[in-house]
Design a protein around this ligand. Structure first.
Ligand code: FAD
Ligand code: EPU
Length: 295
């Protein structure tokens, strides 16, 4: 097999054809042209043709055929965090940080905030996302969600850059209200000054709630909880835990997780999603993002 050539775009972005299975926590997905962008100029160039935005790949089911659009990945300064409080915006105990890049891995950020004794985002511990993807989904748990700790968001579209606050967005459970195609490049965090011990204790509670989740390759929960009821419980009650199609399986540990047993195809995962929809008596809204979309 020959390695795909790495090229540089006009503005210096690294461009490479790569299997997206390398970037998804499910470990499934065919090839696409990946643009690694580290500046606003490179991002603007990447947006000159149809594109998709890739974060931590922890909510994605990508087709084995890959996707035809450019896939944008934030790197360099977009993956760094300035956690120094901004004195002009902070009013103790509320601390507003400098800019945190959308490409920053969320688990690393949560660890750093804990050491600094800064709270508000500790309920998101264990979510293997990037900051931008977690903001885009308003990822969270019953112990807290991303919008608990956001002050300002920088969004980039082909039309330009704008800054918004949570008040400008119609956000809610697993929903940010940010239109598709807007890239979350950076955010300022709004945190609460506490102690490392207190933040750690709240993280431990959120961690504890994950004990029953599978440890295999997965994109997390497949469906949103309808009306606050656990979709996992509904799938469990339908007797579907442990059901296997091809090399994908509904996790025996938790009904709302689909896992890759090794060599699963996107078709295996789609077949399980359809089976769940047929068998569970309540309409379920997908939490996974399908690339390309259904229909
Ligand atoms: P991706 O999966 O890469 O992309 C998801 C969507 O976000 C896509 O539409 C993509 O275009 C968009 N996106 C990504 N980055 C950006 C950006 N910078 N700007 C704009 N749009 C962007 N989720 C929860 O909410 N709570 C949980 O407790 C939880 N637990 C999980 C546990 C495991 C083991 C796994 C694998 C997943 C879990 N998830 C959970 C699901 C997942 O982590 C979240 O949905 C997360 O928000 C996905 O972020 P990501 O960066 O991986 O985005
Ligand atoms: N349950 C079952 N069978 C199952 C799964 C769950 O009976 O197969 C029961 C549990 O015993 C418990 C209740 O359902 O009594 C709730 O289960 P759990 O605590 O696992 O929470 P959940 O509602 O199923 C949600 C989130 C998770 C998050 C956990 C922990 C959604 C869709 N899921 O799951 O988020 O990690 O709470 O806070 O909101 C994700 O979104 O990808 C995700 C993993």
């Amino acid at each position: 097999m020959t390695a795909s050539p790495v090229t540089r775009s006009r503005t210096g972005a690294r461009v490479e054809r790569l299997p997206l299975s390398r970037f998804t926590t499910l470990g499934v997905g065919g090839e696409a042209e990946v643009w690694f962008v580290g500046t606003h100029e490179q991002l603007a160039e990447a947006m000159e043709a149809p594109y998709r935005v890739l974060g931590g790949g922890s909510n994605l089911v990508v087709a084995d055929e890959g996707v035809p659009e450019r896939v944008i990945r934030l790197t360099g300064p977009f993956a760094e965090a300035d956690l120094v409080p901004d004195p002009a915006l902070s009013d103790p105990p509320t601390v507003v940080t400098g800019w945190v890049g959308g490409g920053m891995p969320l688990p690393g950020l949560i660890r750093r905030l804990q050491k600094l004794g800064l709270g508000n985002l500790e309920g998101t511990v264990g979510i293997p996302a990037q900051v931008g993807g977690a903001v885009w989904m308003n990822a969270g748990t019953r112990f807290g969600e991303m919008f608990d700790g956001l002050h300002t968001l920088e969004l980039v579209t082909p039309q330009g850059v704008r800054q918004v606050t949570p008040l400008d967005l119609d956000w809610g459970y697993r929903r940010s209200g940010i239109p598709r195609g807007h890239v979350v490049t950076r955010v300022r965090l709004k945190l609460r000054s506490s102690t490392p011990e207190e933040v750690r204790a709240r993280m431990d509670l959120a961690d504890q709630a994950r004990k029953g989740q599978p440890k295999m390759k997965t994109p997390g929960c497949a469906f949103k909880n309808p009306g606050g009821v656990s979709a996992g419980k509904l799938i469990d009650e339908a007797g579907l835990k442990g059901t296997r199609i091809g090399n994908a399986m509904i996790a025996p540990e938790h009904g709302n997780f689909i896992v890759n047993l090794g060599g699963a195809s996107s078709a295996d995962v789609h077949a399980l999603l359809n089976l769940i929809r047929e068998r569970v008596g309540v309409p379920l809204e997908l939490e996974y993002e399908l690339w390309p979309e259904e229909g």
